[in-house]
Design a protein around this ligand. Structure first.
Ligand code: ZN
Length: 446
């Protein structure tokens, strides 16, 4: 067996990756290949030609011709991953603006102060580009970022978004979501921001709390504001992606209200709700009702496990008692589409992270028990979010771009146990050698 570090990705236009182990949940279509192992994976030979996957054949097919061949000896090959819920505009401010106590309120107030003091064009662009470079080096090729869209900020941040989206086109597919508290849909600014999102090819978002509240307090006019949001989205043919019930208090109960609004408005676009933490602490009866409504409304859910672990159940001098994550297994059992994503990175909402969806997957397995068996868990970081946000990334498809991650792991256990810092990322057939940006590059602004 060739040592992983000695494998060389050919510079030839056409080559084989032989004896690659791929999770069947990451294949765009079923393929004839050896039986699945206990992890739900099969052994295949992948033919790469002109930057695309030209063939996914049973192991043993490669080697007959003259094309160069990389012998993977049963190591895992995945498509590049999809991070469908991030905040690139908040990223990496942790070194200048800390969360004073690690709480949700501390995070909210710290980010507001940092935004007002620092979020000029060069600052936002430097940090967003840094995040994209991290993600690309780690093997992420589609990202949806929420963009804080307050008055006085919306033009700056969305112009940076549009420029970076165009600059990264081909390497990372970047989507933007307009984010602000729900009460701003009462204002002209809400209307104006919906127009900016529409003109930028974006998505309409929001957080189901008031500007000065946390998620425990439901606004009196929540239903009216949700109707307004879905009306604005309908008029502009926008999808909707909301921050919902990011709290461990059962009183945070807006998920059912969002589902009812989708049904009441007969909304035709796609709807995603992120977080939904409090669902895990509500009564069985309310959970049953809410899950039924979410299923009926066709809402997809994205769980943000690392950020939930960081913020939820935090108290001064107190040990956290719960993991903070939504009812991922119960939602899936009800037929609801559920993905995982990275969320905040090195900001007051989450002091850690590196825009690395492999790390998010490894942590999600532990935090959310996506194991014994793993089943289709890898899809939650790849094919499933790719489907929710409608990008081609996250699956291995014949004819699709050869965007791959090669792991020095023959089983999912080996993949999950180590950080996979030595993974090889391939973009359109070529090895990505950019490496991670150095933190010092963030310090130019002082
Ligand atoms: Zn978020």
């Amino acid at each position: 067996m060739t040592a992983f570090r000695q494998l060389t990705i050919p510079s030839a236009r056409r080559y084989w990756l032989r004896d690659a182990r791929v999770p069947t949940c990451l294949l765009a279509a079923p393929t004839e290949a050896s039986p699945r192992d206990i992890d739900g994976t099969i052994l295949v030979d992948l033919l790469i030609d002109d930057g695309r996957i030209a063939g996914i054949a049973p192991a043993g097919t490669a080697g007959a011709g003259e094309d160069p061949t990389v012998a993977l000896d049963g190591r895992h090959v995945w498509p590049t991953l999809v991070d469908m819920h991030t905040h690139l505009d908040k990223g990496h401010i942790v070194t200048r603006t800390q969360n004073p106590d690690g709480s949700f309120t501390g995070a909210r107030e710290s980010v507001v102060a940092d935004r007002i003091a620092h979020w000029r064009q060069d600052d936002v662009e430097r940090r967003m580009a840094f995040g994209l470079r991290c993600a690309y080096a780690h093997g992420v090729s589609a990202i949806r970022t929420h963009i804080d869209s307050y008055e006085g900020q919306v033009e700056t941040s969305w112009s940076v978004f549009r420029r970076l989206r165009d600059a990264w086109s081909g390497r990372i597919e970047l989507q933007g979501v307009a984010l602000f508290p729900l009460d701003l849909y009462r204002t002209e600014h809400g209307l104006k921001t919906a127009d900016v999102a529409a003109q930028s090819g974006g998505v309409l978002g929001g957080v189901t709390r008031g500007s000065h509240e946390d998620h425990r307090v439901l606004l009196d006019d929540t239903d009216v504001l949700l109707d307004r949001l879905f009306q604005l989205a309908t008029e502009r043919s926008l999808d909707v992606d909301l921050h919902v019930d990011e709290s461990g208090d059962p009183a945070a109960a807006s998920l059912g209200r969002v589902a009812a609004a989708v049904l009441r408005n007969r909304f035709k676009g796609r709807v995603v709700c992120g977080h939904c933490c409090s669902l895990a602490v509500q009564s069985e009866e309310l959970v049953r009702e809410t899950i039924a409504l979410v299923a009926e409304a066709g809402i997809s859910i994205v769980s943000l496990p690392t950020v939930n672990m960081y913020l939820q159940d935090r108290g001064d001098g107190r040990t956290p008692r719960w993991r903070g994550v939504t009812l991922i297994h119960e939602l899936r059992a009800a037929g609801i589409t559920v993905a995982v994503a990275g969320d905040n990175c090195r900001d007051p909402f989450h002091a850690y992270g590196d825009h690395d969806m492999v790390d998010t997957f490894r942590q999600a397995v532990r935090i959310e028990h996506l194991d014994h068996p793993f089943g289709d868990a890898p899809a939650l970081a790849a094919a499933v979010p790719g489907g929710i946000i409608d990008v081609s990334a996250g699956t291995l498809a014949i004819g699709g771009a050869a965007r791959l991650i090669l792991f020095n792991a023959r089983t999912l256990n080996e993949l999950v146990c180590r950080p996979q810092s030595d993974r090889v990322v391939i973009d359109r057939g070529r090895e990505v050698t950019d490496g991670l940006p150095d933190y010092s590059e963030l310090e130019i602004a002082g």
